[in-house]
Design a protein. Structure first.
Lengths: 250, 188, 353
């Protein structure tokens, strides 16, 4: 019998702790599949950020380093500078990258650090219990925006991918979603492309993934998927924002 | 090098751009070449931006404790503010060297020190290079104190100066010699 | 002539950079701040030709985290800064203590609190010796007092960091950083150091390594903290370093570190000239603190004068060390000018009789 579906080699045989319907597990799997695809498991080093992604080291069958909150891209840059033949990636949440660690993220991109950053954007703080994130949409209620996010108090949701794309140092910038099979296939391609860019030494690669957080959004999984489609994607449009060609790099 | 216990300290002061740090640096380097213990403590940062510059050099036959000196054996003051600030601190019977091109000798309040007045800026201009006033002062100080051999100072120039300034070494040597000759003539 | 046997006249900050290069450090991450800029300036020039990496990061926060990442691969790496910048790095230092990462952090300290000023100060003694960041941890702290020691102790810091898998701080100050003295660029004897089998190099032919400081399972964190404690206790047994001057017959002991020890040494000579039996005790390791040798001195000398460039920090360790065997006096100066030796002599006279 032909095997059509198996666990990626670089994921451990343990169940995810993520809440039902959460997209984190899918993102982990996409990264794992890319690593398997390029057969780079033995030279890949992952950097865990603070947030729901911190337990990366429990799932990935690779070397993993845990970073302080917000500093994952700086930590990943340090790893890469010290070990240039390694493939280095991090998964940062919206609080980690968009708030506390925005300076480190921007400057990592601007230096063109040859690493891959997966930005897990679910518009809310999952780990700490549903507080407002820098990407929380206007009007969205969270435990610290109980009346809904109001730009006169809280400012606007940040579009990280657009910001990253403006920097000369970034080589590949994409925004994807995983809320339906068609988006998922594109997301898979984008994550693979990001790793390919790093393998080819093209510079900083960035994939923003729009994710659901059914628990903290207070929605059943399918409705959460629908919310990604109806509320998030209109504000955070999907697509490849930037792709450096070898020619213009050289 | 003599084996007798030896200790000497000097504060060199002036305004930024007069090359007072180069004087201290060269003295310290030359003494180190002669096997002495030395410390060279410059001003830095914000203090420099105030326009004043000074450094303290200690030369000793044994390990040096404090690089900070309250009552130095000598002060080289290249401008009036530095004379007013440091002139009062020279030890009695110590050496007070003043740049008489920029300092009116009436400003010197000490009569318990060995006063050496030398118009280094005028001499530098006379010799065709106004930027060498500090080297003339250094030559005069070395001749006066015999702290280090002139040749040690000459040999230190290539160590202390950045490579791009090495072409200027001959004119620096000449200026140091002019300072030395001036003091020799005074002592005749 | 053999270059290594020739003395050169360099600033303390340059000596730090040279010590790092000679210890095999090839990665530096930092952000400019006075009075330590000669360190990054020197390394930005000399590391790239050696195949090393120099990054001027966007902040001290980024610097310390770049360092965290680099050291996790097992490479020798360092950062340097001055007091306000070191404050920004405390988060990272706590993480590295918790993750047991061997790094060298140089603090050419200046005066505070706040933006303070750029003059020499020893106001960071508590921060350096008590951990500095959150959590129950310690860093090894070395306090050079000469330009030669800036080189030697920076070199040693890399070995100690590797020996204990622990952040190591070189605590200098503006005076030692800016002054020039002769330096002999000689490599000390090589320590035998443990293999870095914990390093992240890619899980090739072995189980994955992971480096972290988060421990949520029941009992895990307690165990982890006890393990760190055992390490600090081992440091206390094996790494105490200090210098004693004229203590053999001393009845009165000056205690000072770093630049203040320099000034105290001259004050000691002045006191000896006046026939006072004064000695100097200079801790070189501030953590671990040389408690035992200080205690031993308190059996012969009944008066101790601690001299610091702050309003009283190390004096607490001196009191803890001598218990109640001797009287401990304190002479301190807040930031500004360093006291000349004559001023310390006056203090000695105040208590000597």
């Amino acid at each position: 019998m032909e095997l059509v579906f198996k666990r990626p080699e670089c994921l451990k045989d343990v169940p995810f702790h993520f809440c039902p319907g959460c997209h984190h597990g899918i993102v982990h799997r996409l990264v794992a599949e890319a690593i398997d695809h390029f057969k780079i498991r033995e030279k890949t080093i992952g950097v865990a950020s603070v947030g729901c992604s911190v337990f990366m080291y429990d799932y990935f069958n690779i070397d993993v380093l845990e970073a302080p909150h917000g500093r994952a891209s700086a930590v990943a840059s340090g790893v890469k500078r010290a070990k240039k033949d390694a493939i280095v990636f991090t998964i940062q949440g919206d609080g980690d990258l968009g708030a506390i660690g925005i300076a480190e993220g921007i400057h990592t991109a601007n230096r063109g650090e040859n690493i891959t950053l997966i930005f897990a954007n679910n518009g809310i703080y999952g780990m700490t219990g549903g507080q407002m994130a820098p990407t929380t949409l206007l009007g969205q209620k969270t435990t610290t925006s109980p009346y809904g996010r109001d730009f006169t108090y809280d400012g606007y949701p940040i579009r990280m991918a657009e910001m990253m794309a403006t920097l000369e140092g970034s080589a590949f910038v994409a925004r994807v979603a995983v809320n339906n099979p068609s988006h998922l296939m594109k997301a898979k391609k984008a994550v693979r492309k990001a790793f390919q860019m790093q393998i080819e030494g093209m510079g900083f690669s960035f994939v923003e993934v729009l994710m659901s957080c059914p628990t903290n959004w207070g929605l059943p999984s399918l409705e959460a998927n629908r919310r990604v489609e109806e509320e998030m994607i209109p504000y955070f449009p999907l697509g490849i924002l930037k792709e450096r060609k070898m020619a213009d790099y050289l | 090098m003599s084996t007798n216990p030896f200790y000497y300290d000097v504060i060199v002061a002036g305004f930024g751009g007069q090359g007072v740090l180069a004087i201290g640096n060269l003295l310290a380097y030359a003494a180190m070449k002669e096997g002495r213990h030395v410390t060279y403590l410059p001003t830095y940062g914000v203090e420099m931006r105030g326009g004043t510059a000074n450094c303290t050099v200690v030369i000793s036959s044994k390990e040096i404790g404090s690089p900070i000196v309250h009552r130095p054996h000598a002060v080289i003051s290249m401008n009036l503010p530095s004379l007013l600030k440091y002139g009062v601190r020279v030890q009695p019977n110590g050496l007070l060297m003043v740049n008489s091109s920029l300092i009116d000798l009436k400003e010197v309040s000490r009569n318990d020190v060995d006063l050496l007045a030398i118009p280094v800026n005028d001499m530098a201009i006379e010799n065709g290079n106004p930027r060498m006033a500090n080297m003339i002062a250094l030559g005069a100080f070395v001749e006066k104190t015999k702290l280090v051999e002139a040749t040690s100072v000459f040999d230190s120039l290539e160590k202390v100066f950045d490579e791009r300034h090495h072409s200027l070494i001959p004119s620096n040597i000449k200026a140091i010699q002019i300072g030395m000759e001036y003091v020799k003539a005074l002592q005749k | 002539m053999d270059q290594d046997s020739e003395k050169i006249l360099v600033r303390g900050n340059e000596a730090v950079a040279m010590g790092a290069i000679d210890a095999g450090c090839r990665l530096f991450f930092g952000y400019p701040i006075t009075p330590q800029n000669e360190i990054p300036e020197y390394l930005s020039k000399h590391l790239p030709p050696l195949g090393g990496e120099f990054i001027q990061a966007e902040s001290e926060i980024a610097s310390i985290n770049l360092l965290l990442g680099a050291s996790a691969t097992g490479a020798r790496a360092m950062t340097s800064s001055s007091s306000p910048g070191i404050s920004l790095m405390q988060e990272g230092i706590s993480y590295m203590a918790g993750s047991e990462l061997p790094v060298v952090i140089v603090n050419i300290s200046r005066s505070g609190p706040g933006l303070g000023g750029i003059s020499a100060s020893q106001g960071d003694y508590f921060q350096a010796t008590r951990g500095g960041g959150h959590g129950d941890y310690r860093t090894l702290v070395l306090a050079p007092s000469t330009v030669q020691e800036m080189y030697d102790l920076t070199y040693l810091a890399f070995d100690l960091a590797d020996k204990y898998r622990n952040p190591t701080i070189v605590l200098g100050d503006a005076l030692i950083g800016q002054m020039k003295e002769p330096l002999l660029r000689r490599k000390p004897e090589k320590m035998t150091l443990p293999q870095k089998d914990w390093a992240l190099t890619g899980a090739k032919g072995r189980k994955p390594n992971r480096i972290k400081s988060l421990y949520l399972q029941e009992g895990e964190l307690t165990e982890h903290n006890w393990k760190l404690y055992q390490k600090y206790e081992r440091m206390k047994k094996e790494e105490i370093r200090f210098e004693m001057v004229h203590t053999d017959d001393a009845e009165f002991i000056l205690v000072a570190f770093g630049s203040m020890a320099r000034v105290s040494k001259t004050a000691l000579e002045l006191a000896r000239n006046e026939k006072m039996k004064v000695g100097l005790f200079r801790p070189i390791t501030l953590f671990p603190y040389p408690e035992k040798p200080l205690y031993d001195l308190s059996k012969q000398a009944k008066k101790f004068l601690t001299v610091e460039l702050n309003t009283g920090q190390m004096v607490e360790d001196v009191r803890l060390s001598v218990h109640r065997e001797a009287e401990v006096f304190f002479y301190g100066k807040p930031p500004g000018a360093l006291p000349p030796p004559e001023e310390i002599l006056e203090e000695i006279k105040k208590y000597y009789g």
